[in-house]
Design a protein around this ligand. Structure first.
Ligand SMILES: [Zn+2]
Ligand SMILES: [Zn+2]
Length: 235
């Protein structure tokens, strides 16, 4: 039987429902629950799902060279895929508008802080931002948190610049995610735009207005000081 809609359209909706990042297992489950696609006439529909994701991902050899919707979050073969673009064009415009009112550091805080702090920041921007702007921030927060937590796991919560890992001594994980191209400008939460840093290095990178040079895998600070990544598995 012909499917009621194209797999790619269903998958884009499914990934949005899953906040932009998911393991195949969650994708299958969500497709079942939604009940949109015909799963009875094709017993191997899961293969169709995987094939579709790969055809729309430049990370895959099966890429059709059309729209590049998906990326592998943990590298190939791990079954975790993310949506490259979680925000629509008009939502991106809202975010960039908001940046007149809140700083990059506050945006990054919103992505990582606990719910209480987020409420505080949001209530402050409440007076200046529309409901739509707040909703976009919340949407971006959900998607970014998922990516960020996967990346932190990848580095076992160590700083990519100095390797410091506070978990072994203090039993707490305090590393933070920094957006190489500021989120306020790029609205990009793809792993290739994120670096995991200890709080000190995160602060230094902002205060010292450091820029990241991809080809040399190092940060160069405003005063000319260069600092190479000591840990790098994804940049
Ligand atoms: Zn550090
Ligand atoms: Zn940052």
């Amino acid at each position: 039987m012909v499917q009621p809609r194209r797999w790619i359209d269903e998958l884009l909706d499914v990934f949005h429902e899953l906040d932009g990042i998911a393991h195949y297992k969650q994708v299958y489950e969500t497709i079942r629950i939604r009940g949109v696609m015909d799963l009875t006439s094709n017993t191997n529909w899961q293969a169709a799902v995987r094939r579709t994701v790969e055809q729309y991902s430049s990370d895959s050899e099966a890429f059709l060279n059309k729209e590049d919707f998906f990326y592998t979050v943990k590298g190939k073969g791990k079954g975790v895929w993310g949506l490259r673009e979680i925000l629509q064009a008009d939502e991106k415009r809202l975010v960039s508008k908001l940046t007149n009112e809140i700083t990059e550091t506050e945006i990054e805080n919103i992505f990582e802080a606990d719910d209480e702090l987020v409420k505080k920041i949001l209530s402050r921007i409440n007076t200046i931002a529309s409901i739509e702007e707040r909703q976009v921030i919340i949407k971006a927060r959900k998607a970014s948190r998922a990516v960020i937590s996967k990346l932190k796991q990848l580095y076992d919560h160590s700083c990519q610049l100095c390797r410091s890992n506070h978990n072994s001594r203090y039993g707490v994980n305090v590393v933070e995610a920094h957006h190489i191209e500021h989120f306020s400008i790029s609205q990009n939460h793809h792993p290739s735009n994120l670096v995991i840093l200890c709080p000190t290095h995160h602060r230094l990178v902002h205060a010292g207005k450091a820029t990241y040079l991809r080809d040399r895998q190092l940060f160069v600070y405003e005063n000319g000081y260069e600092e190479t990544l000591k840990l790098n598995k994804h940049l």
